[in-house]
Design a protein around this ligand. Structure first.
Ligand SMILES: NC(=O)c1ccc[n+]([C@@H]2O[C@H](COP(=O)([O-])OP(=O)(O)OC[C@H]3O[C@@H](n4cnc5c(N)ncnc54)[C@H](O)[C@@H]3O)[C@@H](O)[C@H]2O)c1
Ligand SMILES: [Zn+2]
Length: 371
């Protein structure tokens, strides 16, 4: 295992935070990490999905067994449809019938679907048991596993039933990405581009330079890029662990690209994956910023080139006119209602210079259409 990077993220109302270990091969530390996370544990619920299990499940179960613990395996069907209250309840019932107790723990190995669902299960089971997150998709490594938000979806909305459940540890092993489909790598890269645009010109340059290596899951490039992207998200969530800051700093900034991104995702009937939609939303944010005089047109041009290099679509204009445009606007209006009548739109005065704007969905559409 290379020494890699270890970050510690503070947890509110506790003296200690949780470590995030990022290194190629770091999964080998799982036996030690589970023993530390729950010293009196006898059983581990290993929650994963069918794809991840096929590639990595046997080894991960063996690592847990090497710590002297019994593995209770929970393999979800792959895909967002598994992130449901029904699946969470079925999982809780199975942990109970397998005899898991208060001293035991959950290990989540998968993408954001697995991490979010397993996190909520760990939060609710016997009023909360520890969880160790072992994210296996790029998106989960740089985004979903960091910050303690856990949730399942309801028919009325994504992530509608959720909580904060901070992990005992996060083990980020970029070697797991070797088996991740390349389109999923691009989707994770969209969130990395978001972190770069929000917080770091250096990370942006590294992403632009390393795009090819990242898409090829080249280990050295990937580990370096994943580490710096996580560090940026970690700093943001540490400054606002429970998303309570009202000053426009903090976690709300992480919505960059997501106002229009979510709307495109929904307007497409979810046929445009989240990361691809967020990529288009990042381009839109640069355009809105330009229309508002915050920045020149060169930022949108740079974002567009970066998206293309990262294997992400750039055809924003296709989502602004006609039936599609109307559906995007309607989706933003729906999100605005859910948010209690206001939308905080995140724009940029430059790379690393986020700005919050109070804009109506109509004003957002008008600004993005004015290209
Ligand atoms: N909690 C948070 O703060 C947070 C932040 C961002 C996103 N999310 C949530 O994350 C979810 C999306 O996460 P995602 O993009 O990882 O989706 P996902 O969990 O569905 O994973 C994407 C696909 O990659 C496969 N996969 C994952 N790791 C693999 C590997 N190593 N090898 C082969 N295949 C692998 C999965 O089986 C799945 O088919 C959404 O539900 C979203 O709401 C949560
Ligand atoms: Zn996102």
């Amino acid at each position: 295992v290379d020494p890699g990077l270890t970050l510690n993220i503070a947890v509110p109302h506790t003296a200690r935070g949780y470590p995030v270990r990022v290194a190629a091969g770091v999964l080998a530390e799982l036996p030690l990490v589970v023993q530390r996370a729950a010293p009196r544990a006898k059983k581990v619920a290993l929650v994963t999905d069918a794809n991840v299990h096929a590639h990595h499940g046997e080894r991960t179960a063996a690592l847990i067994a090497a710590a002297g613990l019994d593995v209770v395996l929970q393999v979800l069907a792959a895909g967002e449809a598994s992130k449901s209250a029904e699946t969470a309840l079925a999982c809780i019932d199975e942990l109970a019938s397998a005899g898991l107790g208060r001293d035991d723990l959950v290990v989540a190995q998968g993408g954001g679907v697995v991490g979010d669902l397993a996190g909520l299960v760990a939060h609710l089971f016997m009023r909360g048991i520890p969880i160790v997150q072992c994210p296996s998709s790029l998106l989960a490594q740089v985004d979903a596993s960091i910050g303690g938000k856990v949730a399942v979806d309801r028919p009325a909305g994504k992530n509608l039933l959720g909580a904060f459940h901070f992990p005992r540890a996060v083990l980020v092993d970029p070697e797991l990405l070797a088996t991740l489909p390349v389109r999923e790598r691009s989707c994770g890269a969209a969130e990395m581009l978001k972190h770069a645009l929000l917080f770091s010109a250096d990370h942006l340059e590294a992403l632009e330079q390393g795009a090819e290596g990242l898409l090829a899951a080249e280990p050295v490039v990937t580990t370096a890029l994943v580490s710096s992207s996580i560090a940026l998200k970690a700093a943001c969530v540490a400054a606002d662990p429970l998303e309570q800051r009202k000053d426009g700093g903090g976690r709300v900034l992480l919505n960059l690209g997501h106002t229009l991104g979510h709307a495109i995702e929904h307007a497409s009937g979810l046929s445009v994956p989240h990361g691809e939609a967020v990529g288009l939303g990042l381009r839109a944010a640069a355009r809105v910023a330009c229309r508002h005089g915050l920045v020149g047109p060169e930022l949108e041009a740079r974002v567009t080139v970066a998206l293309a290099r990262l294997g992400l679509p750039v055809d924003l204009d296709a989502w602004l006119e006609g039936e599609r445009g109307a559906a995007v606007l309607a989706a933003m209006q729906h999100d605005k209602k859910r948010a209690g009548g206001t939308l905080t739109y995140i724009a940029l005065a430059g790379v690393g210079q986020p700005r919050t704007l109070a804009l109506t969905p109509d004003a957002i559409m008008a600004a993005v259409r004015s290209a």
